[in-house]
Ligand binder design. Structure first.
Ligand SMILES: [Zn+2]
Length: 371
């Protein structure tokens, strides 16, 4: 290595993470999310960043980015929201248990934000060519409705994207691909009638929803990474009424855009057997698949080399869950999972591994230097 291994202060990492964790920030609470962003923006300003607040609550921090420069920056994606409602700290408090640091939103992804800023500080103002753009999203956990456009625009202006979502649970595995995710809401409207006296005059919305459930789930191709699951179904008004109303909601995961198109066309073309029942389809693909590309694998090889020098083995895999990396991967090489190791995203046992975290901060620091 041309640089000495960056020193990482675990106590300082923990102190910064405590500050962000104490500021509970569910996706549905913009004011709480802005408080987290204010703290992070303060860290960015201390490092000399140029900061911008964008529409919808997204913030962007530029470190050594020169407008109009020929070399484009590294884009780093972060999010300030968590899946945990306010008050979760009462039942799931900040707690250190051996090498595990527990708390809501720690692993996903406040420790990723903290590790990133320690990595940026370790660069001591020696920004990589083109500089670094950090984007802080307010709504990643609900599919990034307000930040998606900003993320895609930033990707078009950058050369690579690094995502500080956590590595795969309880491993040193980075994420070099993610499934695309979609959802559909199907609303069925039939004809109500007395179930005992005049069943033939009714047209059951529930029967149509049941057929749709079986036939649309059959579109799954697990071998190709396509899963289709009806996760919610509702309908009817009373047990003795042929039901005029039903809804169902579908969760879709795909590994390729071709599969997304195939399933989307089939969902939209589906028609009830009883012509008196109508169906309305809402929804579609939310995040495109993050297909594992050559540029991403080359980034991973750089990361693996750094990890080897730091004394640990890095692996990579494709995962089912989406992230904001799904929006940048179709535009620029994207390496995801560069946050803090641990386990329990969106679960009661959410925690960061204190014995492994400093290594991943060193990894990110060196990667920012070399990419
Ligand atoms: Zn996350």
């Amino acid at each position: 290595m041309t640089h000495t291994t960056p020193s990482v202060d675990l106590q300082a990492l923990m102190a910064d993470l405590k500050v962000l964790t104490d500021l509970e920030s569910p996706s549905t609470d913009p004011a709480a999310i802005q408080h987290v962003m204010d703290v992070v923006e303060g860290w960015a300003r201390d490092l000399g960043a140029e900061t911008h607040a964008l529409g919808g609550g997204t913030r962007v921090f530029h470190f050594g980015v020169q407008p109009g420069a020929t070399e484009r920056p590294i884009l780093v994606l972060t999010h300030a929201d968590t899946v945990w409602p306010r008050g979760t700290l009462d039942s799931m408090p900040w707690r250190v248990d051996g090498q595990r640091l527990h708390g809501p939103g720690t692993y996903d992804m406040k420790a990723g934000i903290v590790g990133l800023f320690h990595a940026l500080r370790a660069l001591q103002g020696q920004w990589p060519r083109g500089g670094v753009t950090v984007l802080l999203s307010p709504d990643e956990e609900i599919g990034s409705p307000s930040s998606r456009d900003h993320i895609e625009r930033a990707a078009h202006e950058a050369r690579v994207a690094l995502v500080v979502e956590p590595p795969v649970a309880d491993t040193h595995a980075l994420k070099t691909g993610r499934k695309g995710t979609g959802s559909y809401l199907l609303t069925f409207t039939g004809v109500a009638s007395h179930a005992g006296n005049k069943p033939g005059e009714g047209a059951s919305a529930i029967t149509a929803a049941a057929h749709a459930t079986l036939e649309l789930q059959a579109l799954a191709r697990p071998d190709e990474g396509t899963t289709v699951s009806v996760g919610l179904i509702r309908g009817g008004s009373a047990v003795n009424v042929i039901p005029a109303h039903a809804t169902l909601e579908i969760d879709l995961r795909v590994s390729t855009l071709a599969e997304a198109d195939r399933v989307d066309a089939a969902v939209r073309a589906w028609t009830p057997r009883d012509p008196r029942v109508t169906v309305q389809v809402a929804g579609g693909l939310n995040r495109p698949p993050f297909e594992q590309g050559a540029g991403t694998l080359a980034l991973f090889e750089q990361a693996r080399e750094v990890a080897r020098e730091l004394g640990f083995d890095l692996t990579h895999t494709v995962v089912g869950g989406g992230s904001d990396g799904n929006f940048t991967a179709p535009i620029i090489p994207t390496l995801d999972g560069l946050g803090a190791p641990g386990d329990g995203a969106h679960a009661q046992h959410e925690h960061v591994r204190l014995d492994r975290w400093p290594d991943h901060v060193r990894l990110l620091t060196e990667l920012l230097r070399r990419v």
